[in-house]
Design a protein around this ligand. Structure first.
Ligand code: DC
Length: 224
């Protein structure tokens, strides 16, 4: 059976960098589950769907074909043969993704896609409901947090470095807190710390320290 390391947390908590590094160290595949919600959002917007209309969002999400293939140590996604790239990382997608992620049909579809990936190998999966709903039985579950200021600063620097946007840290913080509120209060699979998950506050920690904390907490026979 495939081993799954599950990592949840709000935006900017360090999930992506940590998951990528942990996957790299262990030779597991890195899985960005948020990208699947972003792809669904991108496709809704491209087709003119109102993202606050759950029935319309569900119908659109069901028709999106997503191909998932292992590539360079991660699961890469393709929609109609094309990699979405930074088109799913814009402030517009940020603003709509939380709404799309509240729709049960979308969550069910993404959950099924994620569970199916265990056929591809051992995984490090990051998201909001991985420890609570997608892989709640994994013996390696983590909840990453950081202060809102630290998270906003990280995201803002990332947007500038990748040339995605040039928003102020304040604007990034406002958008991030708005998304946190929707993600943690929604009806289906809200973001919360799972019972039994190890909480790591990364505000004052380096990436290396967070990675080492995760590796140290894994079942002994999972480590290389
Ligand atoms: O991690 P991210 O910012 O790329 O996530 C994009 C959106 O998808 C965000 O609003 C939270 C949502 N999401 C979710 O509901 N469940 C997941 N497992 C991952 C992301």
């Amino acid at each position: 059976m495939a081993k799954v390391i599950a990592i949840d947390g709000p935006s900017g908590s360090g999930k992506s960098s940590t998951s990528r590094r942990v996957a790299d160290r262990l030779g597991f595949l890195h899985v960005d589950s948020g990208a699947l919600y972003r792809i669904m959002t991108w496709q809704c917007l491209a087709r003119g769907v109102d993202t606050t209309d759950p029935a319309a969002v569900a119908a659109c999400a069901e028709s999106v074909g997503v191909e998932c293939r292992p590539e360079g140590g991660a699961i890469a996604y393709y929609v109609e043969g094309e990699a979405p790239g930074n088109r799913i990382r814009t402030p517009e997608i940020n603003a709509h993704a939380s709404h799309v992620a509240t729709v049960k049909a979308v969550r069910d579809r993404v959950t099924a896609i994620l569970r199916g990936m265990t056929a591809q190998g051992d995984l490090v999966v990051e998201g909001r409901d991985i420890t609570t709903a997608v892989f709640p039985d994994s013996p390696a579950r983590f909840y990453l947090t950081a202060s809102a200021e630290a998270r906003a600063l990280r995201r803002q620097r990332e947007e500038v470095a990748k040339g995605i946007a040039n928003q102020s840290a304040e604007a990034v913080k406002a958008s991030l807190l708005a998304r946190d509120a929707i993600d943690s209060t929604r009806k289906y699979a809200p973001l919360k710390k799972a019972d039994g998950a190890l909480e790591i506050d990364s505000t004052e920690l380096t990436l290396d320290q967070v990675v080492e904390t995760v590796l140290a907490a894994l079942p002994p026979d999972w480590k290389k």
